[in-house]
Design a binder for this molecule. Structure first.
Ligand code: FES
Length: 108
């Protein structure tokens, strides 16, 4: 499946219905995206799909074909630094998802 991952064209030979969350962690080696509930309720697995936040545990790989996916590893935003500076972290499971959601809001 071809898509753009963190600004680079990527071709991942994984089943089309495999969860994007698992593709990122298992096939792409990007462990920054975490699994919390695994059913779309917590947001720990949030990534950006064409700039919009999505729960990657609910997105099948086929859905991202030809689109741009951004993970916490590829995020170019001031949000991570702001969270670190202000002590905005908790145990670390949900923090990447919170940062991604905040980054999607933009500089406001
Ligand atoms: Fe909770 Fe995806 S792991 S919304």
């Amino acid at each position: 499946m071809r898509f753009v991952l963190n600004g680079k064209r990527t071709d991942v030979p994984a089943p089309p219905l495999k969860r994007l969350l698992d593709v990122l962690r298992e096939d792409c080696g990007l462990a920054g995206t975490k699994e919390g509930c695994g059913e779309g309720g917590c947001g720990a697995c949030t990534v950006l799909l064409d700039g919009a936040p999505v729960n990657s545990c609910l997105v099948p790989l086929a859905h991202v074909r030809g689109h741009k996916v951004t993970t916490i590893e590829g995020l170019r935003s001031r949000a991570p630094g702001a969270f670190a500076r202000e002590g905005g972290t908790q145990c670390g499971i949900c923090t990447p998802g919170v940062v991604m959601a905040a980054a999607a809001l933009g500089p406001r």
